[in-house]
Design a protein around this ligand. Structure first.
Ligand code: APR
Length: 242
């Protein structure tokens, strides 16, 4: 199966942990996923950070160590090719929004990219004092190694914890409102608001394609569900016309 993309199409892509699975990074909710070995409330909530920042940093330091070893796979590269085919110069016909905090999309070459759940390779002030997130690739062995902001606040991972607002939602909503094709790859459809994006696109009348080995929870909202691994389905999947 291929998906035709006409000169009139605007494409919004949403990716989840499944797109990085073939790079060797575990997903969250598969049987061998991260949430089988950790409890969300211990490592990924504002309360966990207040209670035990060392445990939170240990979790994200381990994610950083794993992320450094991973390389982009054919699915990441296929999305770069699609972005280039849709004209990088105007930058307006393609947007990639990822829930992933790894940097495999940008290392593959994606440019018009939103990390709605934050980025592993950055840290920011725990006090939300207004300082910008800083690049930080460190794998911390203990909390004593973690730096502080100029205001005195401890640096925390630049990650959207459960209960916090995802990043760049205004831009995401605007882009979904004008897309004509939504492509969703490798996400179980269990975390909101991302699981709702397909419903917003349906409201706008856009085509809606899901790619992944299993049907997501929100499968019924898609016009096409392609069951397969992203690295096998995505290369050659799009036929850009004109
Ligand atoms: N190709 C495509 N999809 C795959 C592949 C693959 N090779 N392997 C697994 N998948 C699919 C699974 O079938 C599953 O539907 O990827 C999906 C992963 O789902 P989750 O583990 O729930 O990950 P995700 O949907 O990205 O999680 C959303 O939850 O805890 C959080 O903040 C974290 O951003 C994350 C959010």
């Amino acid at each position: 199966m291929t998906i035709p993309i006409s000169p009139a199409d605007r494409v919004f892509v949403l990716t989840g942990a499944g797109i990085s699975a073939e790079s060797g990074l575990p997903t969250f909710r598969d049987s061998d996923g991260l949430w089988a070995g950790y409890r969300i409330e211990d490592v990924c909530t504002p309360e966990a950070w207040q209670r035990d920042p060392a445990a939170v940093w240990a979790f994200y330091s381990a994610r950083r160590a794993a992320g450094k070893k991973a390389q982009p796979n054919p699915a990441h590269l296929a999305l770069v090719e699609l972005e280039r085919a849709l004209n990088l110069r105007d930058g307006g016909r393609f947007l990639l929004c990822t829930q992933n905090v790894d940097d495999l999309h940008e290392r593959a070459g994606s440019v018009n990219l939103i990390h709605m759940h934050g980025e592993l390779a950055k840290s920011r002030c725990e006090r939300e004092c207004g300082a910008e997130p800083v690049e930080d690739h460190a794998v911390y062995a203990s909390l004593d190694e973690v730096g502080r902001c100029a205001c005195g606040g401890r640096l925390r991972p630049h990650i959207v914890f459960f209960g916090e607002m995802p990043l760049e939602m205004d831009r995401i909503q605007r882009e979904i409102a004008r897309c004509t094709l939504m492509v969703v790859v490798g996400t179980s459809g269990s975390v909101y608001p991302a699981a709702n994006f397909v419903h917003w696109a349906r409201f706008e009348g856009a085509r809606r394609v899901y790619i992944g080995p299993e049907r997501p929870l929100n499968a019924d909202a898609f016009t096409h569900v392609v069951e397969g691994k992203a690295g096998q389905v995505l290369p050659g999947f799009f036929h850009v016309e004109g």
